[in-house]
Every structure is written in structure tokens, then in C-alpha cells.
Design a protein around this ligand. Structure first.
Ligand SMILES: *Cc1c(COP(=O)(O)O)cnc(C)c1O
Length: 219
């Protein structure tokens, strides 16, 4: 099946208003261009260097989303153009994104990544730490960032009940935080190729889909 056909099928099944982030990490620019020609404009990448190279090569109206763990010393590589950083998981990273955005005269959208999965290795804020951070007021007055919502990755398992538990926790937190942030805080990014229909049930407004569009990645 071609990339265009896969995109068409996805778009036909995704509910209206759910943002499709085409996760293009590890795929060459020509494959992204196929998706672009089929109308896709939002792409997710996990490595700053790869994203910057693709940004230089591909059309300027693409919205680039960083979805992978981002080291603070790599922020400046993507700050001039990145549309949204979905994987923001520390206070230090927030400070650096704010600083680099202001240096570029920009305001960068961010999602706060929440850790709910059983795996220790997955990045993201511990829920209580994130509550404390927000309550501390550290986010106020940062004009280089705009907090758009939450992102999370569910446990990697075939057990649907565990994935539901994970998504349910993030959805509850999203509802808890909403009144604190106001109308800018409208994005809940849950769901990947294997679990996105479940994510929709838990209120996801954005899905990050790689394999179901581009096929398997070659690492
Ligand atoms: C790679 C990746 C995805 C896409 O995964 P697929 O299973 O290929 O759809 C989604 N989110 C994050 C954070 C990723 O790193």
C-alpha cells in the first residue's frame, strides 16, 4: 500500500479535529515528500539533527514536531523552526526552550510529557512532580513558550486493560490541569500506530503515527 493510500485510510477513520502527526523518524526525505504530496503537513521526528537536516531539505510549510527525548544542549539546533516540542519532561528543558525561543524572536509550543507507563526507561514527568512544578508558578511569565497540553506513551503491552489504565490517568490529569492554563491548553497527544483507536476513546486530540503510514523503520 502506498503512503498516500495509508494516509487516506487513516484520515477517513480519524474523528474530525484529531491532529495527525506523521512520525517520520528514520525515514528518508523522499518518503516524507510522498506524504507531503498527499497533503500531510505535520511531521514528528525524534532526533534534532535528523529533523534539522530534513527541515533544510523539505518545503517550508511543514510543521515539525519534536517527539523524542530532547537534551537541553540540542534545543538551539531546532529552536529557529520547530513548531511544537511534544516531549518536554524537565524544568531545565523548559528554561532552555524559553531562552532559545526568545533568542530567535519566537514562541514555541510545547506539550508536557507525562510518565505513566510501567517501563522505567520511558521519559516524562512523574505526575506528582509535574503537579508540584506547575503549582510553583515556574511557568508564568515565560513568553518564549506556549503550553498546549500533555503528551504520553502508554505501556508497551498487548494487554488492553493496562493501556486503558495509562490513557485514563493522563486524561484525568489533562482535565485537572485545564482550568489552570485556560483555552491554550487544548492538546492531548496519546496514541501511536497500535493503540490510537483506544487513545481516541480517552479524549486524545492528537495521534503520533509512524509505522501505519511509512511502514517499518530501519534503525
Ligand atoms: C516512534 C514514536 C511514535 C510512532 O510509533 P509507531 O508505532 O511507529 O506509530 C509515536 N510517538 C513517539 C514518542 C515515538 O517515539
Amino acid at each position: 500500500m502506498s503512503i498516500a493510500t495509508r494516509l487516506d485510510k487513516l484520515r477517513a477513520t480519524l474523528p474530525e479535529g484529531v491532529e495527525l502527526v506523521a512520525v517520520s523518524k528514520f525515514h528518508p526525505a523522499e518518503r516524507l515528500m510522498e506524504a507531503y504530496r498527499a497533503g500531510q503537513r505535520v511531521f514528528g521526528e525524534s532526533r534534532p539533527q535528523e529533523m534539522a537536516a530534513k527541515h533544510d531539505e523539505l518545503p517550508a510549510d511543514i510543521r515539525w514536531h519534536m517527539i523524542g527525548h530532547l537534551q537541553t544542549n540540542k534545543v538551539k539546533m531546532i529552536a529557529p523552526f520547530v513548531a511544537r516540542i511534544d516531549s518536554v519532561d524537565s524544568a531545565r528543558l523548559i528554561d532552555e526552550i524559553d531562552r532559545q525561543a526568545l533568542r530567535c524572536g519566537r514562541c514555541i509550543e510545547i506539550l508536557l510529557e507525562v510518565h505513566v507507563a510501567d517501563e522505567q526507561t520511558k521519559s516524562g514527568w512523574d505526575i506528582d512532580d509535574l503537579r508540584d512544578y506547575i503549582a510553583s508558578g515556574a511557568l508564568t511569565g515565560k513568553s518564549g513558550i506556549r503550553v498546549r497540553g500533555l503528551m504520553s506513551i502508554a505501556t508497551n503491552t498487548d494487554d488492553e486493560q493496562i493501556i486503558r489504565r495509562d490513557f485514563g490517568r493522563v486524561q484525568a490529569l489533562f482535565e485537572e490541569f485545564r482550568p489552570l492554563f485556560g483555552s491554550d491548553f487544548d492538546t492531548l497527544s496519546l496514541g501511536m500506530s497500535d493503540d490510537w483507536p483506544l487513545a481516541i476513546e480517552y479524549g486524545s486530540t492528537a495521534v503520533r503515527i509512524g509505522t501505519a503510514i511509512f511502514g517499518a523503520r530501519e534503525y
